[in-house]
Design a protein around this ligand. Structure first.
Ligand code: FAD
Length: 384
């Protein structure tokens, strides 16, 4: 397995064990997962298995969560995405986008109600921020929470919501229509009257992940289900957690493409010998190994900064932006090295390549992370 810079040496015994467990799990489920990718479905039996292994928000503590290091969290995401981005997305949404905000901003009652079940994979969570008219600019959201009795009625619609059609609880971000208009987070049980969750079909990317639209037609949510955070800080802090996982995960997808291309190049004979002996193919492998190793370094540094409490959102943007671009570019090179076989479902690069179109787009598009970095570097926002 590619580890050109011997990063393995920097891991603790526990981190190595967590990484190996995740790697073995990803290998064991790979074949079945690819069948689900073809069918456009998600293997539901894996949801509690991921929970049993402690792969949902593994770096958080209490309530049945694993309490590992930030590096171990990253390594789990890396190994899951080496199988498929849909598998890592399940862990990211459940962990970084639902468990994290309840852990961070929830009341004790909310934590007791949801965290043990989510950590075990007995309940499924979804995170509903994006709206049909507000993707890259979520602060323009139109979904409203109107006070009604001891709670709120939600009106609006969300789209592109991972897991929405299979979720038990959906964290809906909406503006408080009667208060100061701040964004608040509402834990909405999906069987609440006035909630609809229709699946978005015919995706050509991230096929082994269920995505849906969420309709909120006056759904009533009690005051006890509102998170104790106000403003865009709530959803943005969750996105920082998830983007950290994506920066790591992309390394796994890229590594799987590299390993596939290397094995193929050694195995495939043309002009009387393996194609790996050609300088043109070696150049591709050399560039791939270099880019992936640099992405890996970036991910490791991110984890060290996170562990020290020094991680800044701009640094996470830099890593998400770079590592996903690397994975997207290198998946394409790997596909190319496989010739005609590369376009079949028998090999992983084209599947990773298709998945990377989503990963490049969600959790802030590549363009948006460029603007975040530009803002951080110059002090001048160029979003509008
Ligand atoms: P738009 O914002 O309309 O962007 C279109 C294009 O314009 C992009 O190329 C973008 O980079 C560019 N652009 C936009 N603004 C600027 C600018 N200021 N300067 C330059 N270029 C700009 N959302 C959730 O809330 N929860 C989820 O669980 C979730 N899961 C997803 C799963 C999948 C499979 C997908 C595809 C998306 C998911 N999303 C989710 C939504 C995702 O975060 C959005 O698609 C993303 O933020 C982009 O929004 P948009 O699609 O509306 O594109």
């Amino acid at each position: 397995m590619l580890d050109y810079l011997d990063m393995d040496q920097t891991l603790t015994a526990e981190e190595r064990m967590v990484r190996n467990t995740a790697r073995d799990f990803a290998d064991a489920v790979r074949e079945d997962f690819v069948d689900h990718y073809r069918a456009g479905s998600f293997p539901m039996d894996l949801i509690p298995e991921l929970g049993d292994l402690g792969f949902y928000a593994p770096h958080l503590e209490g309530y049945g969560l694993a309490g590992t290091t930030d590096t171990a969290y990253g390594l789990v995401m890396q190994e899951l995405e080496a199988c498929d981005s849909g598998l890592r997305s399940m862990a990211s949404v459940q962990g970084a986008l639902v468990i994290y905000p309840i852990h961070e901003f929830g009341t004790e009652a909310q934590r007791e109600r949801w965290l043990p079940a989510l950590a075990a994979g007995e309940s499924v969570g979804a995170f509903a921020l994006t709206e049909p008219a507000h993707g890259s600019n979520p602060s323009g959201m139109e979904t409203r929470a109107v006070e009604d009795g001891d709670g709120y009625r939600l009106h609006g619609s969300k789209t592109w919501i991972t897991n929405a059609p299979i979720a038990d609880v959906i964290l809906v971000w909406a503006r408080d229509a009667d208060g100061d208009g701040d964004v608040r987070g509402f834990l909405v049980e999906s069987d609440t009257d006035g909630v609809t969750t229709d699946e978005i079909g015919d995706k050509l990317s991230m096929r082994a992940s269920i995505t849906g639209e969420v309709g909120l037609n006056g759904a009533w949510v009690p005051e006890e289900s509102v998170l104790a955070v106000e403003g865009m800080k709530g959803p943005l802090s969750c996105l920082t957690q998830a983007r950290f996982g994506i920066a790591w995960g992309a390394v796994g997808a890229a590594r799987d493409c590299y390993e596939t291309a290397l094995a193929y190049a050694n195995d495939r004979d043309q002009f009387g010998g393996p194609i790996a002996r050609f300088q043109l193919q070696q150049r591709k492998l050399a560039e791939m190994a270099t880019q992936i190793s640099l992405a890996q370094l970036l991910a490791h540094r991110l984890a060290d900064l996170k562990a020290a409490g020094d991680l800044r959102p701009g640094q996470v943007s830099m890593a998400k932006r770079n590592n996903v671009r690397v994975a997207r570019d290198q998946a394409r090179v790997a596909r190319e090295m496989l010739g005609g076989n590369g376009i079949t479902g028998d090999y992983s690069p084209m599947r990773h390549m298709a998945n990377m179109e989503t990963v490049y787009t969600y959790e802030g598009t590549h363009d948006i992370h460029t603007l975040i970095l530009g803002h951080d570097l110059t002090g001048i926002p160029a979003f509008e």
